[in-house]
Design a protein around this ligand. Structure first.
Ligand SMILES: Cc1cc2nc3c(=O)[nH]c(=O)nc-3n(C[C@H](O)[C@H](O)[C@H](O)COP(=O)(O)OP(=O)(O)OC[C@H]3O[C@@H](n4cnc5c(N)ncnc54)[C@H](O)[C@@H]3O)c2cc1C
Length: 469
């Protein structure tokens, strides 16, 4: 609960119009894009600058009031669900692109800038920011950095982490820290920039970020490879990489996903095949031509029933956009869509696809699969109905088995969506007890009063979920 006195102080700091504790205002921020999780905050606060954040944090720290930093709330791990109450901190006023530096190839932004807005601004100058989460039309850079988000171009270019070179953040005690710089090389001290990337709002509140840019690739080409055999399709992924070709994009979509996407996007996707690979390569024209031809040969050798190269830039863009709608398209089919992002070494992708299908059958569930196959990062997506208690129990068991299988294959419980509340019970499977203890030591050192996004990443009781066999 926020006392009357604190409420007045917070209103004074950020202006009464930026403080909301009405029922309607709090309800809007009681949930995010993750189904099954909801909790009311005590208030919603939208500071206008770093100085206001500093003041707010000092008050919250003194009174042990939780702070939940929130970009667009598009995360899929209940990372912005205010499970311990407190205030939700919005960055809607801190959404400026501060500088595009064409000499150092960097862009400096405030955390609330929408990812696609920044991508378009740098592209207008012939520069390229590769991380492209499918949610980029709505997600913010602050959210991307805190989840270390990936995208369709992750295979060749890496994820958000690989582009963050400097950060400014407010710590739990209200002090401001600056990490990194516009530097190609910097080994001064621990890598605090990397520590904050992916920290899910639990270590500091990000107020500014400098991101690395690269020159815009000269050209690109997009193709689809069609399969009637899912295992052959998944095997092709490993074969392409084993042939020492790294495409920009190497995405997998199974038949249920294809049908849902085609029904939504209506661009003539093949729906009579069991699976497709969506492949894109970029770079100098002759390299792209050579790679696309070679990839087509590899796909045919692995029993692709057809290989279709997009004949125009518009068609290529339509294919990529259609893939980006996969989650939204699937979400139209049933009331509850639970999407996870178990990830395995790419050599294990075929085994993982088979395992997901077997687990879906075992629990009598409707699980479609798509994802960044080249990164070994699959999105098994369960279409269910939260009102069906029995079904939801089976969903939970099925996903626990999927995570377990991923770990068995040398993988992880989350490749890009983060731990949040949803996967906290499973984190110890990946990190072990010592890993969790190290994380807790860092958390306690930076946030001794546990005010920053409490209830995220750490399960209430360590190892709450026991691995079977
Ligand atoms: C349709 C759809 C498609 C998606 N596709 C992808 C995809 O392709 N790849 C992918 O990786 N993810 C994807 N996501 C997940 C999600 O969009 C990403 O996790 C995204 O980075 C979240 O951004 P956001 O601005 O919505 O952040 P939020 O959801 O608001 O927050 C995410 C985390 O960041 C923290 N945070 C936000 N801002 C700050 C700040 N300034 N300081 C400190 N902490 C902060 C929050 O506390 C929270 O822990 C998808 C989601 C949807 C709904």
């Amino acid at each position: 609960m926020i006392s009357k006195e604190i409420k007045e102080k917070l209103k004074q700091i950020c202006g009464p119009e930026n403080y909301d504790d009405t029922n309607a205002g709090r309800l809007v921020y009681s949930y995010d894009a993750s189904p099954q999780f909801q909790a009311m905050p005590d208030a919603v606060v939208a500071p206008r600058n770093k100085e206001e954040i500093t003041e707010i944090v000092k008050i919250c720290n003194a009174h042990k009031i939780p702070i939940v930093p929130r970009g667009s709330g598009s995360n899929l791990c209940a990372g912005t669900c205010p499970v311990a109450g407190g205030i939700v901190l919005l960055f809607k006023h801190m959404n400026k692109i501060l500088e595009i530096d064409e000499e150092n190839l960097t862009v400096t932004v405030q955390p609330g800038v929408v990812t696609l807005d920044m991508i378009k601004a740098v592209e207008a100058k012939g520069l390229f920011y590769p991380p492209d989460p499918s949610s980029m039309k709505i997600s913010t850079i602050g959210g991307n950095i805190n989840e270390n988000s990936g995208g369709l171009r992750g295979l060749k270019y890496g994820v958000t982490r690989d582009y963050v070179i400097a950060l400014e953040a407010v710590l739990a005690n209200g002090e401001v820290i600056k990490t990194g710089g516009k530097l190609a090389k910097d080994v001064a001290g621990y890598d605090l920039t990397r520590l904050l990337v992916g920290s899910e709002g639990t270590l500091a509140i990000l107020t500014e970020a400098t991101l690395k840019l690269v020159p815009m690739p000269e050209t690109k080409k997009t193709m689809l490879a069609l399969y009637q055999d899912i295992e052959a399709c998944a095997q092709t992924v490993s074969n392409i990489i084993a042939n020492k070709i790294i495409p920009t994009t190497l995405e997998f979509l199974d038949q249920p996903t294809l049908k849902a996407v085609e029904d939504f996007a209506k661009i003539g996707l093949p729906t009579n095949v069991k699976a497709v690979l969506l492949i894109e390569q970029d770079g100098p024209e002759e390299v792209v031509e050579r790679d696309i031809q070679k990839i087509a040969e590899i796909c045919r050798a692995e029993h692709a029933v057809d290989v279709q190269v997009a004949q125009s830039a518009e068609h290529a863009e339509a294919l990529m956009t259609a893939r980006r709608t996969a989650l939204s398209a699937l979400a139209r089919l049933k009331p509850t869509t639970i999407l996870e992002d178990a990830t395995v070494p790419r050599s294990e992708i075929a085994k993982m696809v088979v395992a997901i299908n077997e687990i879906a059958e075992k629990y009598g569930l409707n699980i479609g699969t798509f994802g960044h196959a080249g990164d070994g990062n699959l999105h098994p997506t369960c279409l269910a109905d939260i009102r069906d208690k029995d079904e939801m129990e089976r969903v939970e068991k099925a996903f626990a088995e999927i995570f377990q299988k991923a770990i068995e294959l040398g993988g992880t419980i989350t490749g890009e969506h983060g731990v949040g509340v949803a996967k906290a019970p499973y984190l110890e499977w990946k990190l072990g007890k010592t890993g969790i203890e190290v994380m807790k030591a860092i958390k306690n050192a930076l946030d001794p009063n546990q005010i920053l996004n409490p209830g995220k990443a750490f399960a209430k009781e360590s190892n709450r979920v026991v691995m079977t066999n």
